[in-house]
Write a protein that binds this ligand. Structure first.
Ligand code: PLP
Length: 454
């Protein structure tokens, strides 16, 4: 039925009725939306027939690529058999049990339990409630405060947006809520000064220790961070950062939480970012790549000690109507199994990830206004800078980034601007020829961008 309408009609209806996330509605409606109508592999098509390369895997989520018919077949079969049932009142169902079993297999050792949600934000909010419940059960209810990081992103719910360090989100709705504090992000390029990256990694971790001492370790429940800050601009910390963070958390008896919503399910070439950086959190949050975005589902993984503490506390009064939804669980199971059995995650580590990283660095280092070129596996970024020699950034942070992103978009390549960081995270199934095509298009766009700057 929708096929009968054309782009203009859809645009008009969209403008009339649809409020978009993170959008200035008036300005969007002036320009009109681009209608995406289908997708396959790493490509999208719009309603005008343009083929667009998706260098962002949707919103960092379509790890397995678009158009996997085996996943839609699983969804149909599960919907026919058991479209819905809850897991609240002494019931379970095969789809959620099979998924939980598989997740315990792919998770790092000691993570044998998961709690299901519908999104990354819900995973983060669930984690906040779990962390506080954990310390209640331990007899330390005053340990309530969580430490997040400036420029971190943990979602859009009140809890997630508070824990995240996006000041433009805090400005709307009186955030953060009480009991959440922030420390600076480990961005070497900006904050490293005359230290080596390794020295800076340790120094940045010590900012957490300073915050713990300022608030009082007896009041701090957890430190939460993304292994690589994604929406904050793909900030890859030096190798010394996470081990030192872990040491500090253990020293002060503070739970360590990794938000793996972006890094999870193969993005870094490991199943989870924590393995890439060599640290062991107590809890980690996931969503996105768990189902490759085919259906909404998230999961909070807890280690055996946290699981047994929560269990010792009796009822955990938390859950969602769709926690462990059978159709989402069945699709997530098929997705995770394919990521494993087809060697997709392994290929990111051993083949396509290193190839992307090499091409990304060699190509963009040639540009006058590009610096801090970085990435791991299939998550990469660079920063647009005014002056490479002095590391001077552009005025009006973000303005130049948007200009650059719009050039990519006009050339049918989706990359994202996070401030003046240009970031990319394509589907993990991208081929070498597609990497070449993506890099070549992006290089042409950057040449155009630098021409426009002059
Ligand atoms: N945590 C991280 C690290 C994220 O990157 C995101 C979303 O980008 C979220 C949480 C929130 O996930 P969702 O948008 O599914 O609520």
């Amino acid at each position: 039925m929708t096929q009968q309408r054309n782009t203009a009609a859809w645009r008009e209806m969209d403008a009339a009725h649809h409020l978009h996330p993170f959008t200035d509605t008036a300005s969007l409606n002036e320009q009109g939306v681009r209608m995406i109508t289908r997708a396959d592999g790493i490509y999208l098509w719009d309603s005008e027939g343009n083929k667009i390369m998706d260098g962002m895997a949707g919103l960092w989520c379509v790890n397995i690529g678009y158009g996997r018919k085996d996943l839609s077949d699983v969804a149909k079969r599960q919907m026919d058999e058991l479209a819905y049932y809850n897991t609240f009142f002494k019931t379970s169902h095969p789809a959620v049990v099979e998924l939980s079993h598989l997740l315990a297999e792919v998770a790092p050792q000691g993570f044998d339990h998961v709690f299901y949600t519908n999104s990354g934000s819900e995973s983060v909010d669930t984690m906040i409630r779990m962390v506080r419940r954990y310390w209640d059960v331990k007899g330390k209810p005053e340990k309530k405060t969580l430490i997040g990081r400036w420029n971190g992103y943990h979602g859009s719910t009140i809890g997630g947006a508070s824990l995240g360090g996006m000041s433009y989100m805090h400005e709307q709705g009186d955030l953060p809520i009480p009991g959440i504090v922030h420390v600076e992000q480990p961005w070497y390029y900006k904050h490293g000064k005359d230290m080596t990256p390794e020295e800076f990694g340790v120094a940045a971790a010590r900012w957490i220790e300073e915050k713990i001492l300022e608030v009082g370790a007896d009041k701090i429940a957890a430190f939460v961070g993304e292994p690589i800050q994604g929406a904050g601009g793909v900030i890859v910390p030096p190798s010394t950062y996470w081990p030192e963070v872990q040491r500090i958390c253990r020293q002060y008896d503070i739970l360590l939480v990794a938000d793996e919503v972006i890094c999870g399910f193969g993005r870094t070439g490991e199943w989870f970012g924590q393995t890439h950086f060599g640290f062991q959190p107590d809890i980690f949050t996931t969503a996105k790549g768990l189902s490759s975005g085919y259906l909404p589902i998230g999961a909070v993984f807890v280690n055996d000690e946290v699981a047994s503490t929560l269990a010792a506390g009796g009822d955990f009064n938390h859950g969602f109507t769709y926690s462990g939804h059978p159709v989402a669980a069945a699709v997530a199971h098929a997705n995770v199994k394919a990521l494993r059995d087809e060697g997709i995650v392994q290929r990111v580590k051993e083949d396509i990830g290193p190839y992307m990283q090499q091409r990304w660095r060699e190509t963009f280092s040639q540009f006058e206004h590009v610096d801090d070129i970085r990435g791991v596996g299939l998550i990469q970024a660079f920063t647009l800078v005014k002056n490479k020699a002095t590391r001077e950034l552009f005025d009006n942070w973000g303005e130049i980034g948007l200009m650059c992103r719009d050039i990519f978009f006009a050339n049918n390549l989706i990359m994202r601007a996070c401030g003046d960081h240009i970031v990319s995270a394509p589907p993990l199934v991208i081929s070498k020829a597609e990497v070449d095509q993506m890099i070549d298009t992006a290089a042409r766009c950057m040449a155009e961008f630098e021409r426009q700057l002059k």
